[in-house]
Design a binder for this molecule. Structure first.
Ligand code: ATP
Ligand code: MG
Length: 216
């Protein structure tokens, strides 16, 4: 009989939250590079049920967004989709999700992966200080967004977020879900912007066809 004495955390997981409406190669590169660079055991991709910053009715039903993430990660054993936010009622706050994993998996160190653009909104997230106590942040580059502390929106971030932040450069992919939605609505190709399985699903299910997707 032997006991493992836990000194510090023995596993590390990445968490990439998003609307994934739809998932694309920008998300996948962020997850894969963070996983490799910080030697994470895996990265969980968590589609938000009700994203607080997005208008309801503008976002595709969670079932479709979840399914597309599932299809996108199928070929990568290090990436997993998690239904925690879809199963929770109410708005999807990152801090609640991180608290959930922190409570359930005490042996795991959590790394919340975000694109540089998200950092500009983080001061308006629910309980950013508490969030920073639950995880570390891996901020990945995104074309068009420079992370400088003297930017007004970034200056409003609590110190603890800066202290807990790792910054990582990834190959710049100027791909966004909004652009993909508009392209589908306008009848333009989306090939090479996202995995072929996801592209196929979008066309099979007839997603993003309405005029409302043409507006920004
Ligand atoms: P939308 O245009 O609808 O806002 P999006 O492409 O920004 O969609 P989200 O689901 O909002 O995708 O993003 C989820 C997370 O992935 C966020 O942290 C975001 O910053 C990051 N992310 C999305 N696209 C990229 C990209 N091309 N490069 C780096 N990070 C990205
Ligand atoms: Mg976004």
């Amino acid at each position: 009989i032997w006991q493992v004495v836990k000194v510090g955390k023995i596993k590390s997981w990445g968490i990439l939250g998003g609307t994934f409406d739809p998932i694309h190669y920008g998300h996948l590169i962020a997850a894969e590079y963070a996983c490799h660079n910080y030697k994470l055991d895996k990265v969980l991709l968590i589609p938000a049920a009700s994203p607080p910053h997005k208008e309801l009715g503008q976002v595709l039903h969670g079932m479709h967004r979840y399914r597309m993430v599932e299809l996108a990660v199928k070929s990568n054993p290090r990436l997993e989709v998690s239904p925690v936010e879809m199963e929770r009622t109410g708005l999807s706050y990152t801090v609640d999700t991180l608290a959930y994993f922190r409570g359930k998996h005490t042996e795991v160190e959590l790394f919340f992966i975000v694109g540089a653009d998200s950092l500009f909104f983080m001061h308006s997230w629910k309980e950013p200080e508490r969030l920073a106590e639950l995880c570390r942040f891996i901020v990945v580059t995104r074309p068009g967004y420079k992370i400088e502390r003297n930017e007004p929106a970034l200056g409003r971030l609590p110190d603890i977020i800066w202290e807990r932040m790792l910054q990582m450069e990834i190959p710049g992919l100027d791909i966004s879900s909004s652009d993909i939605r508009q392209r589908v609505a306008a009848g333009k190709p989306i090939k090479y912007l996202l995995p072929p399985e996801v592209e196929e699903y979008i066309f099979e299910q007839g997603l993003y066809r309405g005029d409302k997707y043409l507006e920004r």
